[in-house]
Each structure stands twice: as structure tokens, then as C-alpha cells.
Design a protein around this ligand. Structure first.
Ligand code: SAM
Length: 273
């Protein structure tokens, strides 16, 4: 790439506290030709506070494809474009993926890092490992949620959830993973009513039955192997396979290859059921 290579900036904006906006982000947004944003009304408030008067173009999930072609043309004409979303880092459960996928390699893409709810949350909750999976927004259908929790059974998994659905999702986790499954919930991070709770899924459900459950939420379900709930999960899965007449040996092989469960442990649990 040369100095003439078209330039696209991916710029993070605050997730609540408006002061979490980097000096570099503000400078770039002031100096580009176009800011692509999800909702111009939401962004206009923030940009006005920082004296950013750059022209706004809408870029959201319903016009991503069409806009990508238009932005590619403008970039190749020498215009500088910055992409922002309503809050946090674009492309992280937010529009931008189509633009980056299409233009990567043809255009210089620079990310201006800043707030991101997943990362903010991960930095403030207890963890036993560095590993984590990010599931974005969970599917709404219960058996599809079950598939996500099965897939990520052995890794701490963060996901975004709406306050209206959180209790239902926690009930599903309790059913799929057991009542002692460890959970952490981050609500309204960086805002006035910021709250972070950690405990068993049962404790968290009880807490939110009697406390306000409003605002924006990010949630972690800890890996079963890190919480001692692995036995519960194994037993549930063994019972299902037994009901389909699989032998103890086959069950140990299947659960080892699907979830990495220890074969001998599964076998011993299976013959005891
Ligand atoms: N791109 C954003 C980021 O970098 O975090 C996420 C965008 S996604 C459309 C919005 C979701 O992120 C919210 O529904 C909520 O689940 C989570 N979220 C955003 N801000 C948050 C905050 N201040 N506290 C907790 N969760 C937040």
C-alpha cells in the first residue's frame, strides 16, 4: 500500500460515559470527509459535544451492501471515511463487517480503539483463565440457545442480552448447565447506575427478580469445567444418550469427541446410572 491508498477508519465511540472518547478518535472524526454512522440522531449528540461537524452518512444493517459500493467509490476518489456505530466498537455486534470484508486489501483500514462492552466487562470480573468466547447476541429460540451453550461448554462465554430477555436466558442456562453454573452480569457499564454481579445462576435469577433489570447488559457464563458443574452437564448428556440405547463405551467416546470430556470419567458415571 502507498500513501495514496484509500483510507478507512474504524472508530470506537463511548458505550455510556461520553468522556471515554479518545483524543485520536476525535481528531480523526474532525478531519475525515465523511462519517458513516448507524443513526445520525444518536451520533449527532455525541459529535456536537466534541465540536465535530463532519458530514454524516447513514450506514446500518439495512443498507450495508449498497453503502459499501458507494463508500468504495468515494474512497477511491480520495475521500477519507470514518465508520462509527451508535456505541462502542463498530463490527462488534454492530454494522461494519460487510464494509471491512469487502474492502480489506484494497483500502487501508485503521482501527481507532476505544470502548467495547465485552472488553470493559472482562476486565472487571473474576476470571480463572485468559480464554473466552464471544457469542454476540444469543439466538432467541431456546433450542438454538442450547446449541450455543453446548458448543462453548468448556470456555467462558460472553454474550450481549436485552434486559427483557435476561431472566428467560438465565433460566435456560440453569436448565442446560445446572443450578450452580457461575454467571456474571454487567449492567449499564461506564454509566451512573453501573452494576456488576457474579454468582450462581440461581442467585443471579433471585437477585434480578427483586431488583431493577433495566439498561444495557453483558453477561458471562463460565465454563463448566471451571465451576465444578461439568458433572451435572455430563450426567444430563449421558442420560440422553442412554435413552437412545448407546452403550457406556460408545457414550464415553461420543462425549469425549464432542465436548472433550474425559473418557474414563464419562464411562464411570455412565455405568453408575
Ligand atoms: N459495538 C458495541 C460494543 O463495542 O460493545 C456493542 C453493540 S451491540 C448493538 C449493543 C449491546 O452491547 C447492548 O444491547 C448490550 O448488550 C451491550 N452493551 C453496550 N453498551 C453497554 C453498557 N454500557 N453496559 C453493558 N452492556 C452494554
Amino acid at each position: 500500500m502507498t500513501n495514496d491508498t484509500p483510507q478507512l477508519y474504524i472508530v470506537a465511540t463511548p458505550i455510556g460515559n461520553r468522556d471515554d472518547f479518545s483524543v485520536r478518535a476525535i481528531e480523526i472524526l474532525k478531519n475525515v470527509d465523511i462519517i458513516a454512522c448507524e443513526d445520525s440522531r444518536t451520533s449527532a449528540n455525541l459529535l456536537e459535544k466534541y465540536g465535530i461537524t463532519t458530514k454524516l452518512y447513514s450506514y446500518h444493517k439495512f443498507n450495508e451492501k449498497q453503502r459499501t459500493g458507494e463508500f468504495e467509490k468515494l474512497l477511491k476518489e480520495g475521500k477519507k471515511i470514518a465508520l462509527i456505530s451508535d456505541a462502542g466498537t463498530p463490527c462488534i455486534s454492530d454494522p461494519g463487517r460487510v464494509l471491512v470484508n469487502e474492502l480489506f486489501g484494497d483500502v487501508r483500514i485503521t482501527s481507532i480503539p476505544g470502548a467495547c462492552a465485552v472488553i470493559t466487562f472482562l476486565s472487571m470480573i473474576p476470571r480463572k483463565t485468559e480464554e473466552f468466547a464471544f457469542a454476540g447476541f444469543l439466538p432467541r429460540v431456546k433450542n438454538q440457545q442450547a446449541k450455543v451453550f453446548e458448543k462453548f461448554i468448556n470456555i467462558d462465554t460472553v454474550f450481549y442480552e436485552s434486559p427483557n430477555r435476561l431472566l428467560e436466558t438465565l433460566e435456560n442456562i440453569k436448565e442446560f448447565r445446572g443450578e450452580n453454573t457461575e454467571i456474571a452480569v454487567g449492567r449499564e457499564l461506564t454509566k451512573m447506575f453501573e452494576e456488576v454481579k457474579a454468582g450462581s445462576v440461581t442467585e443471579i435469577i433471585d437477585y434480578y427478580k427483586t431488583h431493577p433489570l433495566k439498561g444495557e447488559i453483558v453477561c458471562m457464563v463460565y465454563a463448566s469445567e471451571n465451576t465444578g458443574d461439568e458433572d451435572f452437564v455430563m450426567i444430563e448428556k449421558i442420560k440422553k444418550l442412554k435413552a437412545s440405547n448407546f452403550s457406556d463405551k460408545d457414550i464415553s467416546i461420543i462425549l469425549n469427541s464432542l465436548y472433550g470430556f474425559n473418557k474414563n470419567k464419562v464411562y464411570k458415571l455412565s455405568i453408575g446410572l
